[in-house]
Design a protein around this ligand. Sequence first.
Ligand code: NCD
Ligand code: ZN
Length: 348
Amino acid sequence: MTSLSIQRPDDWHVHLRDGAALASVVRFTAERFGRAIVMPNLSPAVTSVDLAAAYRKRIVASLAPGTRFDPLMTLYLTDATSPQEIALATACGFIYGVKLYPAGATTHSNAGVTDISRAYPALARMEETGMRLLVHGETPHADVDVFDRETHFIDSVLAPLVARFPKLKVVLEHITTSHAVEFVAAARPGVAATITPQHLLHNRNAIFSGGIRPHYYCLPILKRERDRQALLAAATGGNPRFFLGTDSAPHERAAKESSCGCAGMFTAHAGIELYAEVFEQAGRLDRLQSFASHFGADFYGLPRHVDTITLINEPWVPPKSYDFGNGTLVPYRGGEAIGWRLADKGIA
Ligand code: NCD
Ligand code: ZN
């Protein structure tokens, strides 16, 4: 039995939801990660500092007593976000990023930005104050093929944006293509990306293996094998621009197993274990700690954690479902073995 101790990691992109759903899932993230960048796509969206403060309180209140977990809050960018709100967000001390959802791109993105030029005043203030822009990088237009949406967005929106605001700190979130890897690797300083476990473990065949598999549907959608290979090389390559972000996105079972199922995969129950599997398969376990625990903190200008977690190279089988508010959710790999487990936590 092999074990591996690493400095405590952080999750730089997670959906914790709200209310009873929040209470059901937050522990999975808090058990593993010291901090997490919490997505603001609630309904209604977290569009102001006041709403973010209230949401943060609800997250903290839902943690088990004694849990040391710091939710890093984000603001949801809209056409109407004012430079003043950006200044307030930067000054408040608990907001770490402003999230750009192109309107219509994904779950609860209807209040998102309809045309990037509408956000220029807010982006200019973010560039000034050092507030980070977190990007869902997809063009949601009907005439752009769903598999090309990330590439289209990078070329038509992101590349010009990064040039127009040369000091703006940008995280291209949950990247899925070799094009995104190349763009981020070659971009000016201040541009980084997060990578999810599912995009490292699967290509798009997983969505159609033996039938249609709604629990492998997330956005941006899984891509080709050559894209997965590029993501793997980026994650395990030691480049500090690429770091961990699970994009764990729980939905009630019925909302996924439906004639029009929601996008999002729940991975928080194995949020670090799955990356250990990936890095082991790549023969690069020695680089898991920098990807999971160093590069994100460094990019955000936050201290690395001094405490550690221990992972044990021993299979465990997650349950086929977890309670989720009044319903249930189907976790990634439920009923199937995962090669690494968290010491002292086991099968939660
Ligand atoms: C996310 C969700 O469900 O909130 N879904 C997903 O497929 N990743 C939204 C998002 O991050 O796109
Ligand atoms: Zn997400």
